[in-house]
Design a protein around this ligand. Structure first.
Ligand code: FES
Length: 566
């Protein structure tokens, strides 16, 4: 019984007598009906995240059976363990606030419990980055299994899926083009199967990125949740976890500068979610890899958008799977990738891509390099006096007519202020104004919700206005679209210049110059800064207090300072 013990002998509970500890553990394990032979096997832990509050994971019991089958057939003992789960639409104020809590839960339970390798089962938006962050910090052999996307549904002959269509129909309802009866009918058709949102939203983006990072089996990111291939992927993932036992290929080794850069390339080529910039920065940060938004711009300028999925294109995730999946996409940009990056299978990314070459590719979904959807990447980082440490714009989902634009600020000082006034018929606003939302960043009490997609004021929406420049320190759902400047850093609540914008100020956006500037002179900004009221008091207890004390800015992935490697 040394620290090199494996299986359930690993990491004994400390009673001051190691033999007693093992005797007691075996006795209690036997109470679960395991034979002695099973208890002598190495153990694969399975971080298991179903929840009554997570519709996206409702098929996890069936997937768990398949993972266990794979583990058992490969000769190890599978043991699932629960961690918290984050169902995107069931958390207040926003799921991002709890991503770090889930990563801590995952890290500590991997480390504290006797397992030789671990399968991470995640899917809904924040669960995948949380589990990867935790696994990188835990440093034990790990492989991820993502839950897979939902299938699409139909409404009056039209194909639809969560959640770009959720927003499209809601905008039509707000503009008076759809009545109460029809929006109620649509509500029942947007999300009809298990799995994650059906478009290239944050969950799908993160699934694609973990394949680019080399943390899941090749070809498994886009398999629909309810497809039999998803179960086969689960079984194979269980078997791979057994192969990983004793391996030095741990997540903190797989996640490195090269694999992170590969993930950014893929993020740009798929026109993926802005949220992924935050999650990749956090994952990279756990591995000690710095992420620079200036470098993101360099990558963006040389990476074409090739994947034709909503919200930037037309298709859904099930189409990406049928079109050839991530392998086909990565082969198309392989000259831009670090092909020597190692993956969880023990092969390099280049070897993996070569092994599956030559299959069918649907070019209506995965464009050829010579005819991209966009010649440059979907995301761009902006700097300037309004965002000294950066902001993000998803240019592939924005209106290019607004890229070089100057307008008057219409300021909302909080989410409550926004909700109270955005549809006020007397709001002084035109389509040429900039809607500005303050105090919705990571340091605010609202903890950076996906509120950056400010609604078009009803009085303008009803006249047919579909897009305006919107600026905030909040995030935006990966399923949303529009000329929306997000993640302005530093945020208002930590004293950033966004908090100094006042109604009527002029703001200038230049995507060409990668800038967003407040056209107010320095002296006036200093005068305003001197009159800013101190931020709200730190919460007195619990996780809210820890969050307030430790949260870092969007440029550092909104991780907690004390979770970064020392
Ligand atoms: Fe879970 Fe969209 S709500 S992925």
């Amino acid at each position: 019984m040394s620290d090199k013990s494996t299986g359930i002998e690993h990491g004994l509970t400390n009673y001051g007598d190691r033999d007693f500890s093992l005797y007691l553990r075996r006795s209690f394990a036997r109470s679960m009906g395991y034979s002695n032979a099973m208890l002598k096997k190495p153990v694969v832990g399975i971080a298991y995240t179903p929840s009554g509050f997570n519709n996206c994971h409702r098929h996890f019991p069936e997937l768990l059976d398949a993972v266990k089958r794979g583990v058992l057939a490969a000769g190890a003992l599978p043991m699932e363990f629960p961690t918290i789960s984050l169902g995107e639409v069931f958390l207040n104020p926003t799921s991002l606030k709890f991503r770090n809590l889930m990563s801590m839960d995952t890290e500590e339970m991997i480390r504290a419990q006797p397992m030789d390798a671990v399968v991470l089962m995640g899917g809904c938006d924040k669960t995948v980055p949380a589990q990867i962050m935790g696994a990188v910090s835990a440093g034990r052999p790990a492989v991820m299994l993502v839950g897979g996307p939902m299938m699409t549904g139909r409404h009056r002959g039209e194909r639809l899926g969560a959640c770009t269509d959720c927003r499209r129909f809601w905008a039509q309802y707000r503009a008076g083009k759809i009545d109460d009866k029809e929006i109620n009918e649509i509500e029942g058709k947007l999300a009809t199967t298990a799995g994650t949102c059906a478009v290239m939203g944050t969950a799908s983006t993160m699934a694609c990125l973990v394949e680019a990072l080399g943390m899941i089996l090749p070809g498994t990111a886009a398999i629909p949740a309810v497809h039999a291939d998803r179960l086969r992927a689960a079984e194979a993932t269980g078997a791979l976890a057994v192969k990983l036992i004793g391996s030095k290929l741990t997540p903190d080794v797989i996640i490195n500068r090269k694999s992170i850069e590969n993930a950014f390339r893929v993020l740009l080529a798929i026109g993926g979610s802005t949220n992924a910039v935050i999650h990749l920065a956090a994952i990279a940060g756990r591995a000690g890899v710095p992420v620079s938004l200036a470098r993101l711009n360099e990558l963006s300028d040389s990476t074409p958008v090739l994947v034709n999925l909503k919200p930037v294109g037309n298709g859904y995730m099930e189409d990406l799977f049928a079109a050839g999946g991530m392998g086909a996409l990565m082969r198309e940009i392989k000259d831009l990738l670090h092909l020597d990056a190692m993956t969880v299978t023990g092969e390099t990314l280049g070897e993996r891509l070569a092994a599956d070459a030559g299959g069918f590719v649907d070019r209506s979904i995965i464009a050829e390099r010579k005819s991209p959807l966009e010649p440059q990447g979907g995301l761009v980082a902006l700097f300037g006096n309004l965002a000294p440490q950066g902001a993000i714009l998803k240019r592939s989902a924005a209106d290019a007519k607004l890229f070089e634009f100057e307008g008057k600020a219409v300021v909302f000082t909080s989410l409550e202020d926004l909700a109270a006034r955005i549809d006020d018929p007397n709001l002084d606003v035109t389509a040429n104004d900039f809607l500005v939302l303050q105090n919705a960043g990571p340091h605010s009490a609202s903890a950076m919700p996906e509120a950056g997609y400010l609604p078009i004021p009803k009085k303008l929406a009803s006249k047919g206005v579909k897009d305006m420049v919107r600026v905030s320190d909040a995030r935006m759902s990966g399923t949303a679209f529009g000329t929306v400047v997000l993640h302005v850093t530093p945020d208002s609540a930590s004293g950033g210049p966004l908090g100094l914008v006042r109604n009527g100020d002029r703001i200038k956006l230049s995507v060409r110059e990668r800038r967003i500037d407040l056209m107010v002179d320095e002296a006036e900004l200093k005068r305003r800064a001197d009159t800013v009221k101190p931020a709200a008091a730190t919460p007195s207890r619990g996780y809210a207090r820890l969050y307030a004390q430790e949260i870092l800015g969007a440029d550092q992935g909104c991780d907690f300072a004390f979770l970064k490697p020392r």
